[in-house]
Every structure is written in structure tokens, then in C-alpha cells.
Design a protein around this ligand. Structure first.
Ligand SMILES: [Mn+2]
Length: 226
């Protein structure tokens, strides 16, 4: 089976509970659409556990993209106390990077390098087929531009863009994204997977009060929540 979820934000226990709920087997595939780290405490543990799990296909989110240069500076010997005085750290901390920085700093150089290499291997976007349907997967999408083919935008826009969920980008492909908690697309959809206009948004706000972790099976289109 093929599953997709997103925006774990350090919620290791929720991820384990979800794997149990879907009955994850080693031959299954789980696409994780970015923002594994920050806010919650266990983002680094999540990355290490994902790295050891066959069938997990990670995508990069804006949180990983922002953290990467700071993680590299730490691995290369810059003390965390010094990094904390930088402007880049202030930006990261403002979006919940603090627990990630502390957890990363507690590891030795070998494990730090493993984590960095793993994050650097993350996919930016992909198109897959499951259950006879075509899906485009990425952390987010750029705003809709009728003069532009969405399959021809920059990688940066798949990590930082703000999608137009009220517009169908391509009638032949369903675009699955995280990044935007579904309650921001439609208040009624808070904590639930949102579908419409050729989009499926799967960030059910696990890192926010009242939010949940959602997971969608692309073969059956069944939704799971923890
Ligand atoms: Mn994001």
C-alpha cells in the first residue's frame, strides 16, 4: 500500500501510533511530505527513525531547508551558543527550531553527519501513480499562474510557496501537499484532510492545539487519524 502524511513537527509518538494504525508493513511505501522537525521535541529522533525504515520516502519542507545550514555549522564545530547569537538562528527559533537545535547538538559528529546527509537526500517533488491515479507530491506549491506550467517551477517554490487551493492546477493530476494546516484552507476542515479542485491537503495541524496527524492511503483513498 502507498500512504502519504506530512508536517510531523517532532511528534514521534504520533508517527509511531499512525504506523500501528495503518498496519505498516515493510513492503508498504510512506511518503512524508516535509516539516519533520521543529516545534515538537523529537524531530531529530524522527529523522533517525525514518532513515532506518525502508519504505519511507522523505520530502523536504521549509523547516528542513531553513535548518540545514545551521545544522551544518554545528556539525562543523561552531558552538551552539555562538549560532544562537546569529540572525539566521533567530529566524529558525521563531518557527520552532529551538528543540531541534538542542537535540542535534546532543549528538556527536558522526550522527550529525548522518542526519545532514539524510536531509540532503530528501526529494523536492515527485509524480507517482497509485490506485490508477496520478499524484504530484511536494511540501507545498507556488501560487497559481495561468501563464506558467506548474511542472516547470523552481525547487524553492515547492518548499516555500503558498498554493491556491481554489484553483485546479492540472486536470490530469491530483496535487498532494502539506505545509498549510487544513483549517486555514477551510475552518470546517481543521484536523481533517482537505480535498478539492484537484488538490489534497494532508497537514491536519499535528503541531497545533486541537490538531491531529492525518494519513491518506492512495490506493483506497481511506483517511487515518491519530
Ligand atoms: Mn512547511
Amino acid at each position: 500500500m502507498t500512504y502519504v502524511l506530512s508536517d510531523l513537527h517532532g511528534h514521534l509518538a504520533a508517527n509511531i501510533a499512525m504506523m500501528v494504525k495503518i498496519g505498516f508493513r515493510l513492503r508498504d511505501t510512506v511518503y512524508i511530505l516535509g516539516d519533520v522537525i521543529d516545534r515538537g521535541k523529537f524531530g531529530i529522533d524522527l529523522l533517525r527513525s525514518m532513515r532506518e525504515t525502508p519504505g519511507v520516502i522523505p520530502f523536504i519542507g521549509n523547516h528542513e531547508s531553513l535548518a540545514l545550514p545551521l545544522l551544518k555549522a554545528m556539525r562543523d564545530g561552531t558552538p551552539l551558543e555562538k549560532i544562537k547569537r546569529s540572525k539566521a538562528y533567530a529566524v529558525w527559533e521563531a518557527i520552532g527550531g529551538g528543540p531541534t537545535a538542542e537535540a542535534f547538538n546532543s549528538h556527536g559528529r558522526r550522527i550529525q553527519s548522518e542526519i545532514i546527509e539524510y536531509v540532503e537526500s530528501f526529494t523536492v517533488y515527485d509524480e507517482i501513480e497509485a490506485g490508477g491515479k496520478r499524484f504530484h507530491l511536494s511540501h507545498t506549491l507556488p501560487a497559481y499562474d495561468p501563464g506558467r506550467d506548474v511542472h516547470d517551477v523552481t525547487l524553492h517554490e515547492f518548499i516555500w510557496g503558498e498554493p491556491d487551493y481554489d484553483v485546479c492546477y492540472d486536470p490530469d493530476v491530483t496535487f498532494i501537499t502539506g505545509h498549510t494546516p487544513t483549517g486555514l484552507i477551510d475552518k470546517e476542515s481543521a484536523g481533517k484532510i482537505w480535498r478539492g479542485n484537484g488538490h489534497i491537503a494532508v497537514d491536519c495541524g499535528a503541531s497545533f492545539e486541537g490538531g491531529r496527524l492525518g494519513c491518506l492511503c492512495l490506493d483506497t483513498m481511506e483517511e487515518y487519524y491519530v
